[in-house]
Design a protein around this ligand. Structure first.
Ligand SMILES: Cc1cc2nc3c(=O)[nH]c(=O)nc-3n(C[C@H](O)[C@H](O)[C@H](O)COP(=O)(O)OP(=O)(O)OC[C@H]3O[C@@H](n4cnc5c(N)ncnc54)[C@H](O)[C@@H]3O)c2cc1C
Length: 378
């Protein structure tokens, strides 16, 4: 491998995945994470078969399935419970259509693997200066330390500082939708994931482990993106759920009691134009392409970025060529997900505000087409 020492800025899903892949290729890796300790919230994340395939490339897919909850296609239902379709893809090899897992657990799995393969962590501070001298990138950290690296990877999320240092300011765009999430005990009869479509919101019931699930509920809170006071979180979420008179959703409402467990979040999108690299620095994950979660694929893309980037760094003699090949393999695929998710989001905003959808709008068909495209090799 032409590079010997790499700095990964951001120790989230993408950052830890790329650090593992680099260590497995024999590269020395520092992760610089701004938080002094991780505090990942306890709701779940959906991993589709392509996410598992990418996790397998760094050796953690089996563990993610063991500590998560594999499940087949998601049942798409009307508010009363009548099933109208299903979402997801057929299995890819040994990987099921979906694996639901707590974000905390996924994070722990990646962190444990980083320890096992010998990633160094620089926690609790960030990068203050970055100078690419053509041979190395000289970094000044906010704690006063300095270090030089062959490459720097910006995996510091939607508000990426590294992206700003390279390309100037790109602001995430609020799409008019918010998501409410809450972890719950798993109902005994839950056989797979469910999404129920209402007129004011949609709610998903997603397995997370043998005994836990989480729900997500999408709503349109308006163009002014209001702040919801803490004492309104539980009553508002429960009020939205009244739109779904099926036994599954109704059976969960009483468990929603703790405002501290309501994870409320306005949804934002960010598309960094190509190229996502300059000199010896490259941007991956949400820092380059943050999607709203309508297709449950943002983290999958970040993990795939990690796998593809390290493959290209191994195959090519120059970082420039590796980065160009990386862009070739990643740009259209990532934009396909971000843009299809945006379209689904726009249709949801219209639906929840009582407006007509454009002619031919078909959420199930767009979800199916995009997720099937994601099964193609990366
Ligand atoms: C509501 C919601 C639901 C979602 N559900 C799904 C899903 O079901 N399935 C799916 O695949 N994806 C889902 N996603 C998307 C997924 O969460 C993201 O795509 C994924 O977390 C991106 O990983 P990342 O490593 O690029 O960024 P992040 O996870 O944001 O990690 C960035 C890391 O960088 C650190 N950092 C930030 N700034 C600095 C700095 N200046 N210096 C050093 N470190 C810094 C942060 O603390 C963080 O640890 C969802 C997203 C949202 C918003």
């Amino acid at each position: 491998m032409m590079v010997k020492k790499v700095l990964v800025v951001g120790g989230g899903i993408g950052g830890q995945s790329v650090a593992i892949a680099l260590r497995q290729a024999g590269v020395e890796v520092d992760i610089n994470e701004i938080q002094s300790e991780y505090n990942v919230y306890g709701v779940g994340i959906i991993q589709q078969a392509n996410a598992l395939r990418a996790l397998d490339a760094i050796g953690v897919a089996e563990e993610a399935m063991r500590r998560g909850s594999p499940y087949p296609m998601v049942k798409l239902c009307l508010a009363h419970g009548h099933q109208i379709g299903s979402a997801g893809t057929p299995p890819i090899g040994k990987f099921p259509s979906h694996n639901g897992i707590s974000r905390r657990t996924l994070h722990d799995i990646l962190f444990e693997k980083c320890q096992e393969v010998g990633v160094n962590y620089r926690m609790g501070y960030t990068v203050d200066s970055l100078f690419d001298n053509g041979e190395q990138v000289e970094i000044g950290f906010s704690n006063g330390e300095k270090a030089s690296y062959d490459l720097v990877i910006g995996a510091d999320g939607i508000h990426s500082k590294i992206r700003g240092m390279l390309f100037g300011e790109f602001k995430p765009q609020y799409v008019g939708l918010s998501v409410w999430r809450y972890p719950l005990k798993r109902p005994e009869n839950l056989d797979t994931g469910y999404i129920y479509f209402g007129k004011k919101s949609k709610v998903g019931v997603i397995p997370m482990s043998e005994d836990s699930i989480y729900i997500f509920l999408n709503s349109a809170e308006g163009a002014d993106n209001p702040i919801i006071p803490e004492d309104e979180l539980v009553p508002r979420l429960k009020a939205y759920m009244q739109e779904f008179p099926n036994p599954m959703v109704q059976g969960l409402i009483d468990q929603i009691v703790d405002p501290a467990l309501v994870n409320y979040r306005p949804l934002e999108v960010l598309k960094l134009p190509a190229p996502w690299h300059k000199g010896r620095v490259v941007i991956i994950g949400d820092a380059a392409h943050a999607t709203i979660p309508q297709l449950g694929s943002g983290a999958a893309l970040a993990i795939e970025d990690a796998v593809v980037l390290v493959e290209e760094l191994q195959k090519n003699e120059s970082p420039q060529q590796a980065f160009e090949n990386f862009m070739e393999r990643r740009f259209n695929r990532c934009m396909m997900v971000v843009e299809a998710s945006e379209t689904l989001g726009q249709w949801e905003v219209l639906e929840y505000s009582g407006q007509a959808l454009p002619e031919g709008a078909n959420m199930g068909a767009l979800m199916g087409k995009t997720t099937m495209a994601l099964t193609q090799d990366i």
